[in-house]
Design a protein. Structure first.
Length: 114
């Protein structure tokens, strides 16, 4: 039952999380697309410039944009964590996760648009 908690991470598994500096650099390089999975009213209240809104309530892998690595974000990282686990378990291993969410983005002074 507890074996997965104590198991060593699979060294061949793709990394899921992206930290603040990596996200800023990927946005600067235009190598990612931020996918905000909060609901539309939350997204309208402020989001990362250039982010697209794909609410978790309607999340489907085929709706993710193509051509750039998707980075999922929500308010605190919980919903986007669920979505990235779903994506990876269904073969979309290129999907990344900003684990501390918009709360962290704002706290670090990241730009916001409304």
């Amino acid at each position: 039952m507890f074996s997965r908690f104590f198991a060593k991470p699979d060294p061949n598994a793709p990394p899921r999380d992206i930290d603040h500096e990596e996200l800023v650099q990927a946005m600067r390089d235009k190598s990612c697309v931020v996918v905000d999975i909060r609901e539309p009213h939350e997204f309208a209240g402020g989001h990362i410039p250039g982010a697209i809104n794909l609410p978790l309530s309607r999340f489907r892998l085929e709706l993710l944009p193509e051509g750039k690595r998707p980075v999922l974000i929500c308010l605190s990282g919980s919903r986007s964590g669920s979505a990235v686990r779903y994506a990876h378990s269904n073969g979309a291993t290129e999907v990344r996760h900003y684990p501390r969410g918009m709360n962290d983005w704002r706290a670090r002074g990241g730009p916001i648009v409304r």
